[in-house]
Design a protein around this ligand. Structure first.
Ligand SMILES: O=C(O)CCC(=O)C(=O)O
Length: 214
C-alpha cells in the first residue's frame, strides 16, 4: 500500500463532482446490511482480543504512527508488505474465518487474508491509496466489510478526479472489482463529529509465498 497517511489536523473537505470525462461507473458492488446483527456481535465479541498494532511509517523522511490500528490475519505463506514493513500473518480468529467462508460460498470470492483496521473515532483515518501491492493476485476482487460507526468511504478516479462518497454503516459490504485499484484510489477521511469506533475488514487474495525466499 503506497499511501500518503499524513495525519492532517483538519477534516478533509472533499466534494462530489459531477460526471467528468465519461466516467460514470465506479467498479464497486455495494451490499447494504450483508452482516446480520448476530454476525456483527460475534465479530465485536472477538475484536477486543485482536493483537492490534500501530506501525510507524516514514513519510518524507519523518516517522509517523499510522492514524488507526491494524492487524493482518491470513493463511500460512501470506506475508503482507505495508509501506516498507513486512507483516507476518496471524492465524484466523473464528468469526473472521466463518465470514471468509460465507464470502466464498455466497459471493464466490476466494480470499486468503484479511486486514482489520480499527478507527477509534472520527479523528482516525486512512489516506488516499490503491490496494495495488505486488503480492495481491492480479485482477482479484477485494471485499470490504464495515462494523460500528458510520464513516465516509471516498473513491476518486486517478485521472479525472471524479469523486464519489459512500456512507458505510455497520454490516455493509463493498466489493472492489477488477480495474478499481488500477484506475481509482480510496480513502476514509476524518469526520470529527464521529465519536464511536469503526472496524473495517478487507479480505484479499495474496500469492502464497510471494515474500518467502525460494
Ligand atoms: O476502512 C475502510 O473502509 C478502508 C480500508 C482500506 O482502504 C484498506 O484496508 O485498504
Amino acid at each position: 500500500m503506497k499511501q500518503i497517511d499524513l495525519d492532517l489536523s483538519i477534516e478533509e473537505q472533499t466534494e462530489d463532482v459531477s460526471l467528468m470525462d465519461g466516467i460514470s461507473t465506479v467498479p464497486l458492488t455495494y451490499i447494504k446490511g450483508f452482516l446480520s446483527e448476530v454476525e456483527q456481535q460475534q465479530i465485536f465479541s472477538e475484536v477486543d482480543c485482536y493483537p492490534f498494532d500501530r506501525p510507524i511509517i516514514t513519510i518524507y523522511g519523518k516517522q509517523h504512527p499510522i492514524p488507526r490500528s491494524q492487524v493482518w490475519f491470513a493463511d500460512k505463506g501470506c506475508e503482507y508488505q505495508y509501506s516498507s514493513l513486512l507483516i507476518s500473518p496471524k492465524p484466523w480468529p473464528s468469526a473472521l474465518s466463518l465470514l471468509r467462508q460465507r464470502i466464498s460460498n455466497e459471493l464466490q470470492l476466494q480470499t486468503n487474508g484479511v486486514l482489520v483496521n480499527r478507527y477509534e473515532n472520527g479523528t482516525e483515518s486512512m489516506g488516499w491509496h490503491s490496494d495495488d501491492e505486488a503480492e495481491i493476485v492480479a485482477d482479484t476482487e477485494i471485499v470490504s466489510v464495515s462494523l460500528g460507526a458510520k464513516r465516509t468511504f471516498a473513491v476518486r478516479h486517478k485521472q479525472s478526479k471524479f469523486t464519489q462518497h459512500y456512507e458505510l454503516e455497520s454490516g455493509d459490504l463493498l466489493i472492489m472489482h477488477k480495474g478499481m485499484q488500477a484506475q481509482w484510489q480510496h480513502s476514509v477521511p476524518k469526520r470529527l463529529r464521529v465519536k464511536d469506533c469503526r472496524i473495517n475488514l478487507t479480505f484479499r487474495q495474496l500469492v502464497v509465498g510471494y515474500h518467502q525466499p525460494s
